[in-house]
Ligand binder design. Sequence first.
Ligand SMILES: Cc1cc2nc3c(=O)[nH]c(=O)nc-3n(C[C@H](O)[C@H](O)[C@H](O)COP(=O)(O)O)c2cc1C
Length: 173
Amino acid sequence: MDVFEAIKGRRSIRSFKPDPVSDADLEKILEAGISAPSAGNCQPWEFVIVKDPKNKQKLVQAARGQSFLAEASVVIVICADINRTASRYGERGRNLYCIQDTAAVAQNIHLAAYALGYGTCWVGAFDENAVAAAIKAPPGVRPLIMIPIGKPGETPKPTPRVPWKERVHRETF
Ligand SMILES: Cc1cc2nc3c(=O)[nH]c(=O)nc-3n(C[C@H](O)[C@H](O)[C@H](O)COP(=O)(O)O)c2cc1C
């Protein structure tokens, strides 16, 4: 699939069929994820693959009851090992680069999963401490994004965008 087709065609999916995500596809998706750029190539990301229904329920609870997380065959919890970037870049690494690095990974994961025929949703509304407890995150490792992946159970309409011409400024604001 052409990259522009993937970018334009991807939608947030919040209903999933029970079909599994094959290990081969999951590996491709993770490989695409870690191909993202990161500040100083520090690669602060850590991934927790959650498939067990009991563990997925813990994530649902931590995410204000967003039950579609448990419908998906797999949930990837993308974490940042903060010190990996902070040790090199200090506060900017801790508070900015780590977040940006994991966001880049997440977008690659969405696009790769879509290109392989899966649906995903970026889930950011969750109690970070509750997710950290559910996945037994070690100190200094922050869960930042959760991505459910599975065969889509819906075909949502495209969501609107403000035309780029209204948001682009030439040389200065
Ligand atoms: C940082 C961030 C956090 C988000 N958190 C959630 C979430 O917790 N639950 C959810 O259903 N969607 C969440 N979304 C998905 C957005 O609602 C969605 O991307 C947006 O409405 C545009 O729709 P589209 O993805 O289909 O283009 C999040 C997206 C981003 C980028």
